[in-house]
Design a protein around this ligand. Structure first.
Ligand code: ADP
Ligand code: MG
Length: 691
């Protein structure tokens, strides 16, 4: 995308440091707060007004004072202390950064205006630390002429005065003109863009002010426009028409041990329709954990094979891939199909053999980890790629996938709040499975302090006789890999549970070899032992219907979405399931909010909405590290109505973008639309690669 427009040759380095790369950035660099220099407080009034001097933040004030004496002290550190007075009382000023000329200017009788936040110290009484100083006093009349002074977010090496000057200059020379037709503004009850920008630089405006809303609208429209432009430039590849002439999907439906739920049925219809078109499908099947997404994947696979094509099914971890493989093998038993399992670490011969089957077309279905999208993997006639738990794949892998020119079906348990669906994911096709398979009882969630975990031993030891099983999950603290600390925690728990559970305890963690991990998981799925102690390797997708208890150790260290996913590992069969969240006291505020949310609801959408509010869209979608730009002024949840309008306007402009005449007809000046994109150039388009 274009740069910030007319960036001067010698753009100050220090502005770069603030992320401001041109005058248009300065225009949108709004004040943190304002200081009022039009009125003066007496020192005595400060002492009484802020009555019992707590540490609470008081507002910035201005006083007109006269210097009584000043001195440089060296303890506890070097500083300049200045005693001042006015008619009503005295105060002390303290400066840690000062120079000789400043020190020299603090002579008895010198008059200053002091602007700053007063505080109280028991030794010195009323005190200002590093206030701003202005020489001389002002008359009542002059005072009333003083404008409010904006305080901008700044950085070291940049004074407010310098920054303020630059911003005022940018406002004079680069303040954008209104570009939205008056009818829109009228309908939305919004002031013009330049008026809004100036108002926000001039004085404090409440959150809900129309001035802020006008800026937000600008931002949303720009975001929508950028998003849609980038997506439309990525032309939709053609893909084979998959009509399933052999009727394999029908056959699978009949062979399944259950009937599709209404929601599954709807999703399948949508997928089926997509696959029968000559354009590459790009659909996300979204459904809460346990909602039954796998069968939709299987049906799509069947449709591809039934049309004489091959299919690939990918999962983010080997355990998940293995589980999918075994489920699909089971469902397709008797269909006379060749399936292969592909993963990293196969022997060279094994791998070559499996790849050969895919390349010559004798193998119809490949299930595996991302080993499947490596260059050496060639399919004879690939028709469909299914990506399970798609949000877990890295951006690079998702891009690699998209190049393929086949139908792509994603599966995700991360619910998409309405506001996100409307904005970031605007043109993605989504099928929602919003109904659980019948006979599932809601999962009971309990919060128990870590110190009381002994209470769990007895119920765990009785699970076997009830025909139930349990997971006990310990958090992995940094990154995705199990680290020493997590393993130590795991070991500690094992030492504690082993004497009670004996052989009924199995352990799995990331340091085990893949085959070992899988062996333990399979033994657990068979019911060979009762309690599976694990790090988060079991995080998503694992399906063991007899597992009815999920214990999460140190639940406060997990994110909301992760906890919800973990909880979804149980309650997959019939019977009452429970999720026990052990927490270490004291809990941080954020952890309390997360755990409370989990306790209060098991509605994945509601949890996703709260997660969005807590973490922002980038993280929720799993495509953003941190520090990259998101919407700065708009909050998707809070500003939903405005977002809706912005999305509509953005869509209309995107439609006409390449045709200036049409833009003009719609009431938009083409140049102004380009300037809009420039103005918001920091809304980088990398988010486009997300889904
Ligand atoms: P997820 O959406 O989390 O991937 P799965 O596809 O693993 O969920 O399904 C969870 C469990 O529910 C599986 O054991 C699956 O066989 C079962 N299941 C799926 N659909 C139905 C249905 N319509 N009726 C009964 N059980 C179902
Ligand atoms: Mg699944």
């Amino acid at each position: 995308m274009a740069d910030a427009g007319s960036k001067p040759k010698l753009w100050p380095q220090v502005l770069q440091k603030l992320g401001l790369t041109g005058p248009t950035d300065l225009v949108l660099h709004f004040p943190l707060r304002f200081e009022d220099e039009s009125s003066v407080c007496s020192l005595a009034s400060l002492s009484t007004e802020f009555g019992f001097w707590s540490e609470q933040a008081s507002p910035s004030v201005q006083c007109q004072v006269e210097v009584l004496e000043s001195q440089v002290v060296f303890k506890p550190r070097r500083m300049l202390k200045v005693r001042v007075k006015d008619d009503s009382g005295e105060a002390q000023l303290r400066f840690i950064y000062f120079n000789a000329s400043m020190q020299a200017a603090m002579v008895k009788g010198a008059r200053y205006r002091v602007i700053g936040v007063p505080r109280y110290s028991r030794l010195a009484g009323l005190e200002f630390i590093h206030p701003r100083l202005k020489k001389g006093w002002l008359s009542q009349e002059d005072l009333s002429q003083q404008p409010l002074r904006a305080v901008y977010p700044s950085t070291s090496g940049l004074t407010q005065d310098r920054l303020g000057q630059w911003i005022r200059k940018a406002l004079d020379e680069h303040c954008p003109d209104e570009w939205l037709p008056g009818a829109y503004l009228k309908r939305l009850g919004l002031p013009s863009l330049p008026a809004s920008i100036r108002a926000l630089h001039a004085q404090t405006q409440p959150q809900a002010s129309p001035f802020w809303n006008r800026i937000r609208l600008d931002e949303i429209v720009a975001q929508q426009l950028a998003l849609r432009r980038a997506r439309s430039s990525r032309h939709r590849a053609s893909a084979p028409v998959l009509q399933d002439e052999k009727g394999l999907s029908q056959r699978l439906l009949q062979a399944l041990p259950f009937k599709l739920t209404g929601a599954q049925h709807r999703a399948w219809l949508q997928v089926q329709t997509d696959l029968a078109r000559p354009v590459a499908t790009h659909r996300l099947v979204q459904g809460d954990v346990g909602s039954g997404k796998t069968v939709i994947a299987a049906l799509a696979v069947a449709a591809a094979i039934g049309s004489g094509f091959q299919a690939a099914v990918m999962a983010p971890t080997e355990i998940l891939a293995a589980q999918l493989h075994s489920k699909l093998s089971q469902w397709f038993e008797g269909f006379g199909l060749q399936l292969v399992f592909l993963k990293g670490g196969l022997s060279e011969r094994d791998r070559r053999e499996r790849l050969a089957g895919l390349a010559d077309g004798t193998v119809s279905l490949a299930v595996g980890t991302h080993a499947l999208i490596q260059e050496s993997v060639q399919f004879a006639r690939l028709g469909v790629s299914v990506v399970d738990e798609q949000h877990r794949f890295g951006v690079a892998q998702r891009i690699a996938l998209r190049e393929a020119g086949v139908h792509i079906l994603g599966m995700s348990a991360t619910p998409i709040p309405r506001s996100l669906a409307m904005t970031y994911l605007a043109d993605l096709d989504v099928s929602v499975i919003d109904e659980r398979p019948p006979g599932r009882e809601p999962i009971r969630t309990r919060l128990i302090a870590q110190s009381r975990r002994e209470e769990l031993v007895e119920p765990l030891s009785r699970l076997r006789e009830q025909g139930s099983q349990a997971y006990w999950v310990c958090p992995v603290i940094e990154g995705q890999q199990d680290n020493e600390k997590a393993l130590a925690a795991l070991e500690e728990t094992e030492q504690w549970l082993r004497p009670v559970l004996g052989d009924e305890l199995g352990v799995v963690h990331g340091r085990l070899k893949a085959a070992e991990k899988q062996a333990v998981m399979q033994a657990f799925a068979r019911g060979d032992f009762t309690v599976l102690l694990a790090t988060t390797v079991i995080e998503v997708g694992v399906d063991v219907p007899a597992a009815r208890v999920m214990v999460v150790d140190h639940a406060e260290r997990f994110g909301l979405a992760q906890l919800h996913q973990l909880r979804g590992r149980v309650g997959r069969g019939s019977g009452q399931s429970s999720c026990i969240l052990l927490y270490q006291e004291p809990l941080s505020e954020a952890a309390k909010v997360r755990l409370r949310a989990l306790y209060e609801t098991d509605d994945g959408f509601e949890l996703a909405r709260r997660d969005l509010a807590l973490r922002g869209p980038g993280e929720l979608l799993g495509f953003r590290q941190s520090g990259e730009p998101e919407l700065r002024f708009t909050d998707l949840e809070r500003d939903e109505a405005l977002v809706q309008s912005g999305v509509e306007i953005g869509a209309a402009i995107a439609e006409a973008f390449d045709d200036p005449k049409r833009l003009v007809k719609l009431g938009f000046e083409p140049q102004a639309v380009h300037r809009l994109l420039n103005r918001w150039h920091r809304l980088a388009t990398d988010l486009l690669t997300s889904v």
